[in-house]
Every structure is written in C-alpha cells, then in structure tokens.
Design a protein around this ligand. Sequence first.
Ligand SMILES: Cc1cc2nc3c(=O)[nH]c(=O)nc-3n(C[C@H](O)[C@H](O)[C@H](O)COP(=O)(O)OP(=O)(O)OC[C@H]3O[C@@H](n4cnc5c(N)ncnc54)[C@H](O)[C@@H]3O)c2cc1C
Length: 412
Amino acid sequence: MKKISIIGGGIIGLCTAYYLSKEGFSVTLFDRSDLTDGCSHGNAGMIVPSHVIPLAQPGMIKQGIKWMFDNKSPFYVKPRLDKELLQWGWKFYKHANQKHVENAMPALRDLSLLSKELYRELNRISDSFLYEERGLLMLYKSEKVGEEVIHEGELAENLGLKVDFLSKAELTRLEKGTTVDAIGAVHYKSDAHLQPQKLVAFLFDEIEKSGGEIKRNCNVNDFVIEKGEVVEVITTQGNFKTDEVVIATGTWSPEIAKKIGSNLSLLPGKGYSFTLFNEKEKPSIPSILCEGKVAVTPMGDSIRYGGTMEITHTNDIKIKQNRLRGIVNTVNEFYPNLNVQMPNEENVWYGFRPCTPSGMPIITRDKKIKNVVFATGHAMMGLSLAPATGKIVAEIISEKPLSVSTKMFQFV
Ligand SMILES: Cc1cc2nc3c(=O)[nH]c(=O)nc-3n(C[C@H](O)[C@H](O)[C@H](O)COP(=O)(O)OP(=O)(O)OC[C@H]3O[C@@H](n4cnc5c(N)ncnc54)[C@H](O)[C@@H]3O)c2cc1C
C-alpha cells in the first residue's frame, strides 16, 4: 500500500487525508500544533459557491489603498520593505484585471459546487457539524455598494447559481431572527454554513477510523530527496519513509516549499473572529455586511462574527483594537438589536488566511519533485473548498481522471 505523508492538519490537510484514506492509501498526517486551534477552527464557517470573484480583481488595488488610510477598515497591508511582499504585490497587480476574473470565475464555481456536493455527502454520514443550507445574504446600506453587490450577483446568476435580489421589505420578511438595517440584499441560495470546530472533530474521527494516523506536535523540518523524489520526511519525532507527500501547510507553505527548492508566493491575510452565545436575537441566515466586509454566522446556540484582512507576516499576532472595533461597529449598524459589545481580547480569535497573489488556490504537483503535491492558498475560502481540494488531490495521487480541471490552480 502506498504511503502518503500529509503535512498540515488544517481543513485542507484533513480533507485530503480523508479522501486519500477512502482511496485505500496508508495516510500519515503531521502537524506541529496540537490541532486544537488555527485558521481552520475559528473561521466563519461559510460554504460559499457565491464567491466566484477572486481577491485579485479590477479596482481592488485602488480600494485597498483607500482602506489602508482608515484604521477601522476591513483591509490593510502592513507596509514593509521585504522581497516577499514586493514580489507578492507585483504579482497581485498583474492579476487584478478583467481577463483573470473571467478565467477564474468558472474555475472557482466548479470547485465550489463540487465541494458543496461533497459536504452534502459528509452530512449524510453525520449531522454533528451543524451543516445547514440557508444561503448567504449580502447586505448593503448604500446605493453605491448595492450596485456593486447586485452586479456581482448577476455575474453569479449568469454562471448558473441561484440568486435572489431582495428589497428592504423582502429582506424583512425573510430574516425573521432579528431586525436588519439594510436597504437591500442579494441572497445567494446555493451557499451553506456549518460549525468549523465540529467539522474538524468529525474528520479526525473518520481519518482514524479508516486507519489513518495523525501526528500532533510534530514539526516537519526537512526531507530526504533521492533521484528527484522525496523518500523520507524528517520531523521532530523522527524520520518517516514515504511514497508521496502533500503540502497543506496553509500560510506557512512557502517555508516548506523552499525545502524542496520551490518558490511559492503566498502571504498571511490575518483576520479576527469572536463568538457570542445565547443571544436574545439571532439572524437565521448567515450574512456578509458589505460596507464593512464583516461575516455573521449563526452556529447552533451561538453567533460568530468575523472580519478584517491584514496582509502581514506570521509573527504579527497582535489583536488590533481599532480593526476589532470596526467589526463591532459594522455589526451594530446592520443589526441594531444585537447590541454587540467590544469583546475582551482573550475571547478574540485570529487566524492567517493563506493568500496567493492571483486569489486562486494551488492544487498541483510540484514541477521538479514529482511525488510532492501542493494543496494550499485557499485564502478566505479554505473551509468552503476543502472537500473538493481533498478529493482532487486524492485523484491526482491515484492517477484518476480529475473531477474538475486544475488548470487555474497552479503556481503563479
Ligand atoms: C476571520 C476568518 C474567517 C474565515 N471565514 C471563512 C469562511 O467562512 N469560509 C471559508 O471557506 N473560509 C474562511 N476562512 C478561511 C479559512 O479559514 C482558511 O482558508 C483555511 O482555514 C485554511 O486552511 P489550511 O488547511 O490551508 O491552513 P491552516 O488551517 O492554517 O492549517 C495549516 C496547518 O499546517 C501546520 N503546519 C505548518 N507548517 C508545518 C510544519 N513545518 N510541520 C507540521 N505542520 C505544519 C500548522 O500548524 C497548521 O495547523 C476564514 C478565515 C479567517 C481568518
């Protein structure tokens, strides 16, 4: 039986381990943490076929520069003179055009819809991770933002997604959980949501049930390479022989890529979330509050609020109060009855989204070391795209026909 080493136990590594073990491979997953926290735990839990437009899009640079001068804004690039940031910025600039968006949209749609189907399958195995299909509301307060949101909705509709365009009155009738102060909404009916920590727990169980091994607190330091292939994984818990390697180390992927001589342009997009329990009122449908780019997700007896995208480095673990206040203010402006207070710092979670300059994930074999597959760079859609990514990696390794094309999911 072929031995596969998966490095990284976030949602991408876990889904990859799940689908590889279903294919009958001998799977070992290594993670340097104890796997109780990280980007795949505190995220907003949204499954978003609606998100067909990549971060690299026309107008994003202008908007980003404007936001950089507002310390409560949802987007920020930590200025610093380093090679990685300059290289990433240049590549982002080269991708932020209409042609890239047109090529990216169908590719993201296909990957997302495959993922949604796979989530349905997983939900048939277990309802433990609170999967629900209620769609996603893009709420807006101004005509200007409304125009942009409606335009994006029309693009998604043209790609075959189910979209409703709601007036204020229609929105009030639909959202019965709480009062919403918005002038309208776009309702993406194909979106869904779940509780990320419960999903992760479900996957741990399933992987171990099918014989996979999960090595916690085990840092992968390096590889033994012979004749152009990785033959051993060198870790803090010893060396492990391997036939194939999957790199699913999220925002830390460039450091591990360097060990096999690959140059991966990817930066962390830091974001925050906090979760409040047993609130008197609760939205029944997840939403994005478009003016402030804040995500609001009802999860069982709690509501999770998430936002901000700070392009930074992984040592930047400070919780910036101004940006947190930006999230709180936005929530109170859209949902006046929720009356959300600034959370204490110890109740605020942060995570690093792995952001590529093209805004597209990377799901591909390495160009030089042929028994290494990359599965990373999912930015703000890692949870959403994880099952499809895991399944495709399993197809790449077992040399089966691919469920969707990976042409757009290459190194940039
Ligand atoms: C505020 C916020 C809200 C979000 N909301 C959503 C959402 O609603 N929907 C959605 O789809 N996405 C969302 N995301 C994005 C999503 O969380 C990420 O895309 C996803 O978690 C990335 O998963 P990953 O497995 O690639 O990386 P990670 O979860 O970061 O996992 C990488 C793992 O690799 C391990 N690792 C790194 N280096 C090594 C090494 N050398 N040896 C061993 N282990 C190593 C790390 O310990 C880590 O556990 C959100 C993100 C944020 C910050």
